[in-house]
Ligand binder design. Sequence first.
Ligand code: DUC
Ligand code: ZN
Ligand code: ZN
Length: 467
Amino acid sequence: MTTLLVKGGKVIGPSGAVDADVLVDGERIVSLTVPGAITTADKIVDATGKYVIPGGVDAHTHMELPFGGTFASDTFETGTRAAAWGGTTTIIDFAVQRTGERVQDGLAAWHAKAAGNCHVDYAFHQIIGGVDDDSLKAMDALVAEEGISSFKLFMAYPGVFYSDDGQILRAMQKARENGAMIMMHAENGIAIDVLVAQALARGETDPIHHGITRPAALEAEATSRAIYLAEVARDTPLYIVHLSASGALARVAEARDAGRNVFAETCPQYLYLTLEDQLGAPGFEGAKWVCSTPLRSKHESHGRDLWRGLRTNDLSVVSTDHCPFCFKDQKELGVGDFSKIPNGIGGVEHRVDLLYQGVVDGQLSLERWVETIATTPARMFGLYPRKGVIAPGSDADIVVYDPNGRTRISVETHHMNMDHSAFEGYEIAGKVDTVISRGSVLLADGVYGGRKGHGQYLRRGLSQYLA
Ligand code: DUC
Ligand code: ZN
Ligand code: ZN
């Protein structure tokens, strides 16, 4: 087998930073040694002056998601290639069961989209769009046979993905039996639809009204309800996706303080972007930032509280909710009616960099950066220690990160299949230098050497993060 040595770098792990060389044999890491102990290998990557971190694990992406009359614009091929460019070597995408469809058929459709097309390894969560006897039975089969141990339910989007409280409770009870994690889109969609209809009747059609009609209180209310329902289902593990607001965070923190198996992720857009500055951009421009949960007001405490939540582990994971739509022809479906703008922001390429900027800004330690972008998502969703850590026996998914490099985010240079960037012009004081996936060098010296079909489907176990 081919050996590869990553030498001279500072390896960042859960217990801190150590100067170590990393030896890879084939697809696996075989050892960490004192610097200079091994001098020969088939290939040598010089990481002197750089950080050596586990490949990023993005636990929330939507390649090719059908939504709002169109499809998310990244395929598994383009989206996983962009992920690789940005230092993410594992994605967990959401297979979709739409109301009226069999869960197994939705899953098979997702395998067909992804198989043979991915540049990095991939796994699936399953969206349950119709909780009934059949889909509940399917949940057992997916956990036992398919390596899918997490199920997303929606308290929003009535008529599309929405589950009512009784359906949610039934799915939670099922998860309590089979050990799965329930992932929740926590917004009160019934109340939101009333606010949307009232806004449109008043002629309020611009993109900013997407945010105004999805107030933070309705995220906090749904988060609280989900936490109570999970308690009734005998403390089913619950993971709140794309948490964006202080009130919802406070509900999660309370539950965690009480020792509950309640977790949450946030996304870079909620840490950096706001209702006023992006969603409120002049004319129809704000459509680029229409996503749900929405961007929040800069005049409230959300951004500051989310960074704090990442430090205190009330927020355990940073994912992207990567769901790109082009401005032309896709976002434009909502000209004159914000409710018809497809919901989603693309960012799978930028999460590792944007969170490193949090280290530079003093918001996160180096260890916490690695935990939130790689180690904890791997543990949360049953991929550890194969993924998320630099350790003997783990997959050789390694990123060399250059703290002296610079990254400028732009549609001109990104690799996602989008005609704009949600983070246009952002400058990061760091740079993804080298990306290795299962021992194969995908990116080095600015040259991409990955290929579609390299990425393999990962069967996941149960969460390894439970109290
Ligand atoms: N939110 C989005 O912004 N896009 C897709 C689905 C979702 O919940
Ligand atoms: Zn969602
Ligand atoms: Zn999502």
